[in-house]
Design a protein. Structure first.
Length: 233
């Protein structure tokens, strides 16, 4: 059973501030990712790569088609699921890792990274220990762990964010340029985490502009141009 399957997904944006102008973005998107497999989306800027990830995660609602995600023994169509059901799938089965951290005032880096495990029911001490190990793996200096990441550099914030995204081993992870501003050492950390998670059965759908990272993790490359209504127009 696939961890993820898209069937004939289409998306059109309505520009309400421009008289209801319709802007087709994606059409006939069909793909699937099996457990332990990494699919990488490629294509020019504006082709719709990030839009596909946002449709899967539920940030956008699709106009047509099905978005099937495995949640335990069930398969959920996120294209038609109620918001509460989408949130439940996110908690258990679906993660989304980007290059940007939504910094929370006065919350330490250690607590931010540990929070997903605590939300899943882990004991606080164990979650904190796992978060410390992850921050150490991403070469975040220990003196910063107790500080809020809002004060960090952009690269340090990104490392905290990616550490948070990978700490919870969900069955399906969406990756939107997680290595965009990382140095070579930390890009290698991300490659290692993806390979470990794949070996444990996690499925990935990702966007990587870094060819070295993409070639190191991709099992299959999907050119989004063939799904892009914007490019076709």
């Amino acid at each position: 059973m696939p961890a993820l399957e898209l069937k004939d997904v289409a998306k059109t944006f309505t520009m309400h501030l421009q008289g209801g102008l319709k802007l087709p973005v994606l059409r006939d998107v069909s793909l699937k990712a099996e457990p332990g497999q990494c699919l990488v989306l490629t294509g020019p800027s504006g082709a719709g790569k990030s839009s596909i990830l946002k449709l899967i995660y539920g940030n956008y609602r699709c106009d047509e088609g099905a978005i099937l995600v495995r949640d335990g023994d069930a398969t959920v169509d996120l294209a038609t699921a109620a918001p509460r059901r989408i949130l439940a799938v996110r908690r258990r089965a679906l993660g989304y890792v980007t290059q940007f951290l939504r910094a929370v005032p006065r919350v330490s880096a250690l607590d931010i990274v540990a929070e997903p495990l605590i939300a899943e029911g882990a004991v606080t001490a164990e979650a904190t220990e796992a978060a410390a190990a992850m921050l150490k793996r991403f070469n975040v200096p220990e003196r910063l762990w107790s500080l809020p990441p809002a004060t960090f550099s952009g690269g340090e914030q990104q490392r905290v964010n990616v550490a948070r995204g990978f700490i919870s081993r969900k069955p399906l992870l969406l990756l939107d340029e997680p290595t965009a501003s990382l140095d070579a050492a930390n890009r290698a950390v991300v490659i290692g985490l993806i390979r470990e998670a794949k070996a444990a059965g996690t499925a990935f759908l990702g966007i990587f502009h870094d060819e070295e990272v993409r070639d190191a993790v991709a099992d299959r490359i999907v050119d989004v141009t063939r799904f892009s209504a914007a490019v076709a127009a």
